[in-house]
Design a protein. Structure first.
Length: 339
């Protein structure tokens, strides 16, 4: 009798405990569901894209074009943050050190690789600090000269410059920038003795070229298309094997007998290392969706670039790895170092 009463007591006492435990458990479930929903709802706030160059550059153009597309699709602000300086060093450091949550991205080019390679103790790791998201565009580079130079073709310009040893200089967007290496490749390939003049802002280099104080530069077509069309610069060649549909009258550098001066460029979106793979894949899919739109594709072509929607995150990473090895060998061969 005592045993039966005791068991009835224990059962009635255990009921509130079990009920409390169930209530606690049920209370946890919505919290976990809310967390999962928050993750699945990415993005829930604004996204920033860091561009390690000044406004008007090719990377800036691509970032702003994609930012508009993503902003409309996500219904969130996409902020383009230009952090130029030191040949892209400042912006690239910020990308490497950003939170890996999908809300800070980087629009990068070969400059990210070169800026690390030309320094003995680089403050960031070009590829180890990031994951590829999407290869956005392949870009044509242009040999542009100041209008005060009488040469009308690349061979004429080379002969003209060779006859004026030490008198010419070329512009770039900073030591270790893609335009620095492109200018160096051209200058050494054709045997011209010229000084490198780095600029922080693209617009400043344009002013100096228009005034004739800087003589030439190898810059991306999206960056120089405006000044070329306005007559403030003259295009002598595109630095590719074939002509660009954007400038069909301008010969390719290989076409005029200077294939060793060829220089190709690319741009793409990356995220800090550790960014969740699910977010990387979502971003990739949404960027590619935009790149496949005829309006964006045609916009890129009008600015001298080709969109690359066939890319994958891993494929873009492999591209950057191959470019790293290519420019590592080139920089060692040329002995390029910070000045």
């Amino acid at each position: 009798m005592f045993q039966a009463g005791f068991l009835r007591f224990m059962s009635s006492a255990a009921l509130p405990v079990a009920t409390c435990a169930s209530a606690m458990f049920l209370g946890v479930v919505p919290s976990m569901a809310q967390q999962s929903a928050a993750l699945a709802a990415y993005p829930v706030k604004s996204i920033r894209i860091i561009v390690a160059s000044s406004p008007g550059t090719a990377d800036d153009f691509f970032a702003r074009s994609l930012g508009e597309e993503l902003g409309a699709f996500y219904r969130q602000r996409v902020v383009i943050e230009n952090r130029s300086g030191a040949g892209g060093l400042i912006g690239n450091i910020l990308v490497s050190r950003a939170n890996a949550d999908g809300y800070t991205l980087g629009m990068v080019s070969v400059t990210r690789i070169i800026t690390e390679l030309v320094r003995e103790q680089p403050p960031y790791r070009a590829l180890a600090d990031i994951v590829g998201v999407a290869h956005v565009a392949s870009i044509t580079n242009v040999l542009a000269v100041t209008p005060s130079i009488p040469a009308r073709t690349a061979p004429e310009f080379v002969r003209h410059a060779r006859a004026r040893v030490g008198e010419y200089n070329y512009a770039s967007l900073g030591i270790g920038s893609a335009s620095h290496l492109a200018g160096e490749v051209f200058t050494r390939a054709v045997g011209v003795d010229a000084m490198h003049v780095p600029f922080r802002n693209l617009s400043d280099s344009f002013v100096e070229m228009v005034l004739g104080r800087v003589h030439y530069a190898v810059l991306t077509l999206p960056a120089v298309l405006g000044p070329l069309r306005e007559g403030r610069m003259r295009a002598l060649a595109v630095m590719t094997r074939q002509r660009s549909p954007t400038l069909p009258a301008v010969p390719a550098i290989a076409e005029v007998g200077l294939p060793e001066a060829q220089f190709d460029s690319w741009s793409g979106i990356v995220a800090p290392k550790g960014t969740p793979r699910r977010i990387v894949e979502q971003l990739h899919g949404d960027i590619v969706r935009g790149l496949r739109k005829a309006a964006l594709r045609d916009l890129f072509v009008r600015h001298g670039a080709e969109s690359t929607p066939e890319s994958t995150p891993d494929g873009f990473m492999r591209l950057m790895q191959s470019e790293y090895l290519r420019y590592q060998a080139l920089i060692r061969e040329r002995g390029i170092k910070p000045e």
